[in-house]
Write a protein that binds this ligand. Structure first.
Ligand SMILES: [Mg+2]
Length: 258
């Protein structure tokens, strides 16, 4: 579960989108969640794929901020690369458990951390029709989009696994996930910000879900800009809100104009 200190609670009503202005790209570091932020969420995660316009836009933005652009997702690095292929960007995978930095060097979490949880989760999902287990290696996700009424039971089941084993539960949109407890999107953005080409720039993070709140908190503390995609009614640590992925795309097209 999200640590108590990271739960959305202080800022119930972020500023409206009309007020949104990004810092100059020449001195910004841009971080983007993928699903629900850059691309629409699809019922089947494997169906999500980037269009050529988005790939070109990300490349233009990355060039404008001298390579200080990264994707920050709950997906694995391999799955991120599938979505944006042939583009291979600096990226954070598995909610911070995997990182490929700007030099291309990778750090991946050991999938063996999930060994004792794998079979119990498989059995739990097999016993509940409509649930889907996604084994990403170092994280295990239970999707309940087809059976929303089973969300609370799935969460309770995952909470049986102990933080003493180094695990944590991450909630999301119609998904609960078991992940290594050491990492979150905040620690991952902080790690990238320590090295070139990110160091010394103003971090800007766009996200849409509970897993992104840790990233918003880090960026706020670092004097950057945090932007949540979605309803302004949802409590969040983000400073600003944009209504949907189309609004973000329009903003980015404007920023990347020649
Ligand atoms: Mg998302």
């Amino acid at each position: 579960m999200v640590a108590p200190g990271l739960m959305p609670q202080t800022q119930a009503s972020p500023a409206p989108a009309a007020a949104l202005a990004l810092p100059a790209l020449e001195r910004a570091a841009l971080f983007f969640d993928v699903d629900g932020t850059l691309l629409e969420i699809r019922p089947e995660p494997r169906d999500v794929v980037s269009d050529g316009d988005l790939r070109a836009l990300l490349q233009r933005l990355s060039a404008r901020c001298h390579g200080a652009l990264a994707l920050v997702s709950g997906r694995s690095l391999g799955d991120i690369d599938r979505i944006f292929s042939p583009l291979k960007l600096t990226a954070v995978g598995l909610h911070g458990a995997e990182i490929r930095d700007a030099s291309g060097a990778e750090r991946r979490a050991d999938p063996r951390i999930m060994d004792h949880a794998r079979k119990p989760l498989r059995d739990f999902v097999a016993a509940h029709e409509g649930l889907m287990l996604e084994d990403k290696g170092a994280t295990l996700a239970v999707h309940y989009r087809k059976r929303p009424e089973l969300g609370a039971e799935a969460l309770r089941f995952l909470l049986r696994f102990s933080p003493a084993d180094g695990l944590a539960v991450q909630e999301g949109k119609f998904v609960v996930e078991l992940k290594p407890g050491l990492y979150d999107k905040g620690t991952a953005i902080a790690e990238l910000m320590r090295a070139p080409p990110f160091a010394g720039r103003m971090p800007v993070f766009f996200g849409d879900d509970l897993t992104d709140e840790a990233g918003f908190v880090f960026v706020n503390h670092a004097g950057g800009l945090s932007v949540r995609i979605g309803s302004p009614e949802v409590r969040t640590q983000a400073q600003q809100v944009l209504p949907d992925t189309d609004a973000l795309r329009a903003l980015l097209m404007h920023e990347a104009r020649p």
